[in-house]
Write a protein that binds this ligand. Structure first.
Ligand SMILES: [Zn+2]
Ligand SMILES: [Zn+2]
Length: 453
């Protein structure tokens, strides 16, 4: 008995006539046949049903009661069958954004996974961004003490109050002192830095420090500052929000839909979650570069309905001293540029350029024959904003795993790690872990490796 094939013996489901069959694993297998010959009985009612049935049997009896159970298919035996997924030919929710991931609910699981356990990295500095807790702040400051001569320096824990419009500085100071806050560290006409507590940083003060941190972050609407009152004058800023203190950038707490390209929350705004944008393919517009402008190098202007435009174009080109009788590939780059960009509007008797010609057609694309015409010159380009990942840049800052975890599973280094975002390419590809898109692009065998790490 070999382990790398599915062995079906005596399949009699529906109209199957005691079929014996071996199917290799890890291969793409197509079942064909005339209508009624039993293709679906074999694929869905036998193979899928048995794979699903055995998979569900691995769950506890309690979990099993919530799952759809399938009848045992009629066969003598089926061996070597893995858990199965079926994409039904009658799946009702299919849009142009659908993928195998969305149709099998794998994406639903992935977006939950990312919303729960992924880590955020700052888009500016690439450092991990996490919420600061009083305990975490205490630990950070404690580590800082190791570098100091005075191991129990005095510190001030402060929070900042923004002075609202229609209030004066004096009024706000009055309110603060009513609440017991009389010590001000600094003030401007816009804000007041209030001292929550001033004390020695040592273990015996631990409880008092934690309490001060807790209260200061509340009054500071999620932000607080700790100042060392020694020679170092060190200042530490903390936040209970997702906030990179180094770069002063705030991030939103994600929800599962932040990781879905089917949702406005997660989808890249430039391509609306399609991962590609439509444009005009220059090679289709000028298919034969050996042709001259006179011979009709520009294909869309050769149709009968645009003959007048073509004539006008040729005369404008001649006025501009652009050679109309040499092959396209021997013309100067600035001549090509003029042909694509033009130099003014048609009304002023100038050449509007092929780019504007196509956007003008685009506006008329409600007409069938214009749509047909445009479709001949369309190109589908990778979206430059999301590099095809379909997700918003902020969603791609959330990652799973470390840099070495990611590099271990990526068999061609950096091939699946998403560069993302034009400006900071290098920082992004050296960020730890995998984005949701990276994970979706991994071969199935590597996905296993990644999660077992
Ligand atoms: Zn940062
Ligand atoms: Zn995009």
């Amino acid at each position: 008995m070999t382990r790398d094939c599915i062995r079906i013996r005596g399949a009699r489901q529906n109209n199957l006539k005691s079929l014996d069959l071996d199917l290799s694993l890890n291969e793409f297998i197509v079942i064909t046949g005339v209508s009624g010959s039993g293709k679906s009985s074999l694929a869905f009612d036998t193979i899928y049903a048995e794979g699903q049935r055995r998979y569900i049997e691995t769950f506890s009896p309690y979990a099993r009661q919530f799952l759809d159970r399938m009848d045992k298919p009629q066969t003598d035996s089926i061996e070597g069958i893995p858990p199965s997924i079926a994409i039904d030919q009658t799946n009702p929710v299919r849009t142009s954004r659908s993928t195998v991931g969305t149709m099998t609910e794998i994406n639903d699981h992935l977006k939950l996974l990312f919303a729960r356990i992924s880590t955020l990295y700052c888009k500016n500095c690439g450092d991990e961004v996490s919420k600061d807790t009083p305990e975490g702040i205490y630990q950070t400051l404690n580590k800082e003490l190791l570098n100091k001569q005075d191991q129990t320096p005095r510190v001030a824990i402060t929070f900042t109050v923004i002075i609202p419009k229609n209030f004066s500085q004096n009024e706000i100071e009055g309110y603060l002192s009513v609440q017991g806050y009389t010590q001000i560290y600094s003030k401007t006409s816009q804000k007041i830095e209030v001292i929550q507590d001033r004390l020695r940083f040592n273990d015996s003060n631990r409880a008092r420090i934690l309490e001060a941190l807790e209260v200061a972050v509340q009054h500071g609407r999620g932000h607080l500052t700790v100042r060392f009152l020694d020679d170092s004058d060190q200042i530490f800023k903390f936040s209970s929000h997702l906030h990179c203190a180094t770069c002063d950038v705030s991030y939103d707490q994600p929800i599962p839909n932040s990781f879905s390209f089917n949702s406005a929350l997660g989808a890249c705004e430039s391509c609306r979650g399609f991962g590609r944008t439509m444009g005009i393919d220059h090679q289709l517009v000028i298919p034969d570069e050996n042709k001259t402008l006179l011979d009709g190098a520009i294909k869309p202007l050769q149709s009968k309905s645009y003959q007048k435009r073509h004539k006008k174009f040729i005369s404008l080109a001649e006025e501009k001293k652009i050679p109309v009788d040499i092959p396209w590939n021997q013309m100067e780059p600035e001549h090509h540029k003029w042909i694509w960009n033009g130099d003014g509007s048609e009304k002023k008797g100038m050449w509007y350029g092929l780019d504007r010609f196509f956007s003008w057609l685009e506006k008329k694309s409600y007409r069938m024959h214009i749509r047909m015409l445009l479709s001949k010159y369309r190109s589908y380009d990778l979206c430059i904003d999301c590099c095809g990942s379909r997700l918003k840049a902020d969603s791609l800052l959330w990652r799973l795993g470390t840099l070495s975890d990611a590099n271990k599973v990526v068999f061609v280094k950096d091939r699946f790690r998403h560069p993302v975002i034009k400006c900071n390419k290098n920082k992004f590809s050296s960020m730890p872990g995998l984005t949701l898109h990276d994970l979706m692009m991994l071969p199935i065998s590597s996905v296993d490796d990644f999660f077992l790490l």
